[in-house]
Design a protein around this ligand. Sequence first.
Ligand SMILES: [Ca+2]
Ligand SMILES: [Ca+2]
Length: 142
Amino acid sequence: MECFELRGLEQQVVNYGRKEIRSQCLVPFCSHKERGERKTTSRKEELIFAMSDLEKAMMAIIETFHQYSGKEGDKHKLKKSELKELINSELSHFLGEIKEQETVDKVMETLDADGDAECDFQEFVAFIAVITSACHEFFEHE
Ligand SMILES: [Ca+2]
Ligand SMILES: [Ca+2]
């Protein structure tokens, strides 16, 4: 299948995260039963249907980022309020709830590698990698 070719796949995935997934009504995240009942009608749907759990998790990272980054200001960057909302809504089991503005400031300062006072996707992925690594340590020693 040509959509599995490595060349251009990265861009396809990025485009997916930005535009397509919203209109796909979260097909990759629905249950196996629902998916089984759904007829694949397009190449994009076939790709989503064929994705592994790891690939779906990667798509979830992209989708989640854009769900919050698109709320205010630059649609491709998280400002502090968007970052806070994302952490409190999507990472509460791993990070707990952020209440103090001071904590938000500190988190942004830590994540903001290029110093523009916002968190872009690359900075966000680095953040997810750090949390995932910490979870790995934690669950390894459980
Ligand atoms: Ca934004
Ligand atoms: Ca930044």
